[in-house]
Every structure is written in C-alpha cells, then in structure tokens.
Design a protein around this ligand. Structure first.
Ligand SMILES: Cc1ncc(COP(=O)(O)O)c(C=O)c1O
Length: 332
C-alpha cells in the first residue's frame, strides 16, 4: 500500500478517434486523455506526484528538491504539488540562455518555488539536486530529493494505478481491450508504472514505448529497472518484459519534432482537437500512427501525456501546415 495525496481528477476520459481513423484507415485508434488530469497543466506528471508527495508527507518532509530543463512539465507540476501539500520547493534548472522563461518555469515560480539556474546541462541536474538536498539538510530542513521527471519506483506507482484505471474502463465497456498501448518515454516512469501495473490486471495489451530522448537500449533498461522496483513497492507480480517493446522516436533531437512528427500532430489537431507538443506528444503520436496504419493487431490506444504549455506556445509553427498534412513516405 502506498501513501497518496489527491491531485488529479481521475479517471481521465478515453476517446475513440473516429475522425482520425476515417483519414488513416488501419487499426482503430483510441486516446487516453492524460492531458486532462486536471491539476495545473501537469498532464501525466500529476500521477507520480500523488505518490511522491504522499510519501514525503508520510515521512514528515518539509521541502521538495527537484529539477528539470527550462521547459520541464514535471518541474511546474512538482512545484505546484509541493505548494498545495504544504512543502517548500527548490528547483534546479539549467543556466539561463537569455530566452524568457516559458510557462512551466513561470508556473513553478508562481507556485513559490525557488529557482536555481546552476546546471550546465540537463544531464547534470539530478546530481545537483542531490547536492542541494544535502545542503538543505545541513541547514535544518527535512528535504526529499526527487530526480528529473519524478521517475522513481514510488513515482511509478501512479502509472501502475493508471493501468488499473484503464482496466476498469475496459471492463465498464468504455473502450475495447487495446491490442497495443503506446506512450512517450522520457525519464521512463510512466511506461514503467504501466508495465508494472498491467501485470496485475487482466489486460493482455502490449506496451509500446516511444523513446523521445534516449537511445532505445538505454530507455529500455531504465524502464525495466523502474518497473521491477515499482512492482516491489507494490508487492505486485513481476512485470512481464515480453509484453513491452521500445522504438526510437528521437527524430532530429530532444525537443525538436521532425516533419512526420509535426504532420501527425497537425492531423491530431485537425481531426480530434488534440494538442500535442514537439518534445513528447508529436513524436509518440507519429509512432502510434505508424503502428495503427500497419494494421492487423487490433485497437491501438495512444496515451496522451499532456505537454500543453509547449503545445500552445508552438501552435504558430504549424498554422501554415499542408491540409491534409503530408505524413510522408516515412509512414506506411
Ligand atoms: C508531456 C510529457 N509527456 C511524456 C513525458 C514522459 O514521461 P516519463 O518521463 O515518465 O517517461 C513527459 C515527461 O516529462 C512529459 O512532460
């Protein structure tokens, strides 16, 4: 049993993307609307934070120390979650490059977080978070240090619960059992939690991870390690690695969507009104479309993870996109 604070409005809805299917053909696509978790603009990150903060409160912590890149959705959500549960918050981010703060850093500051622009590169952030937490302990605080993305075995419990939430929606007739569940993989906690949770549901769905920031082999190892840790936290059956596969969805680089990713995002916007960001959503959705268009496996569920601040900020980039969007030879 894990401690939890309530942040999200759950269950999130499921959507049958029929207009999208009419354009694409292939297998039917469903969407799990974790862009609508209802806590700030946290998207998928509301789920791990319920358990990270639950654990911090149970252990009488008074300060959340975490970090992320300047566009991190997790940082904004973590600062807000700390605030509403009565903890202070320190956020480590990369040194300012002269561009104005985006919506996520502004939200973190509005929630009262102290920003430390000290890391040279995103990869350094977790070690700086650990050092800062040690400094805060020496100053008399009772901090909890949380790595980028909130991807720890405890954080992953949020997505293990989401697997049960989905199983309940399938049992209730809200959607057919997905043959494939497709989700973006960044720091890996969301996919890991799903993998751990699926093992304890009756669902036979396969999980398809679309790695947006790490080489697939590296992301694969991270997800497996976190899923095993998450199952141990829950006392749940070990995750079944055979129901999981990972694909490379990095495209031109972190945060930069390729032409096919963009076209897939424009199609989602113009058929179903879905907003997808370049870093996670567009890439993961293009991978989902690729799988559904290949066809023949059954319903494909795209797990929409949010990313609304960045999606809204970059809408202008696609205003002149071809109509219908050109999915290119890159997709079947
Ligand atoms: C919008 C969005 N989607 C997907 C992800 C990836 O989730 P995870 O880091 O759990 O792999 C993130 C991570 O921050 C995110 O902000």
């Amino acid at each position: 049993m894990s401690d939890r604070v309530r942040l999200a409005v759950l269950p999130t809805p499921v959507l049958s993307a029929e207009r999208l299917h009419a354009v694409l053909g292939g297998d039917p696509i469903w969407v799990k609307r974790d862009d609508l978790t209802g806590f700030g603009v946290a998207g998928n990150k509301a789920r791990p934070l319920e358990f990270l903060l639950g654990d911090a409160v149970r252990r009488s912590r008074d300060l959340l120390v975490t970090g992320g890149g300047p566009d991190s959705n997790f940082v904004a959500a973590a600062a807000l979650a700390a605030r509403v549960t009565g903890l202070g918050c320190d956020v480590v981010t990369t040194v300012a490059d002269g561009t104005p703060d985006g919506a996520n850093l502004q939200l973190a500051r509005a929630a009262g977080a102290r920003l430390h622009r000290v890391a040279e590169r995103r990869e350094q952030i977790d070690s700086v978070v650990a050092e800062l937490a040690a400094d805060r302990t020496a100053q008399g605080y009772r901090p909890v240090a949380v790595p980028r993305g909130g991807s720890t075995p405890i954080g992953a419990v949020g997505f293990a619960r989401a697997a049960h939430e989905l199983a309940d929606q399938v049992a209730g007739g809200l959607l057919p059992e997905p043959a494939v569940i497709a989700i973006a993989v960044g720091s890996g906690g969301s996919a890991a939690g799903l993998l751990a949770g699926l093992a304890a549901t009756g669902l036979r769905s396969r999980l398809l991870g679309l790695s947006v920031s790490r080489p697939p082999a590296e992301a694969d190892a991270v997800v497996r390690r976190l899923a095993t840790g998450c199952a141990a936290v829950l006392g749940a059956p070990a995750p079944d690695p055979d129901r999981w596969e990972i694909r490379d969805a990095r495209g031109p680089g972190f945060g930069v969507a390729g032409p096919t990713d963009r076209a897939a995002a424009v199609l989602a916007l113009r058929t179903e009104g879905l907003l997808l960001d370049d870093t996670y959503g567009a890439k993961a959705f293009a991978g989902t479309v690729r799988r559904a268009r290949t066809g023949g496996t059954g319903p494909v569920l795209y797990w929409h993870t949010g990313g609304l601040p960045s999606a809204v900020a970059h809408l202008g980039d696609t205003a002149d996109a071809a109509d219908p969007p050109d999915l290119g030879g890159d997709l079947p």
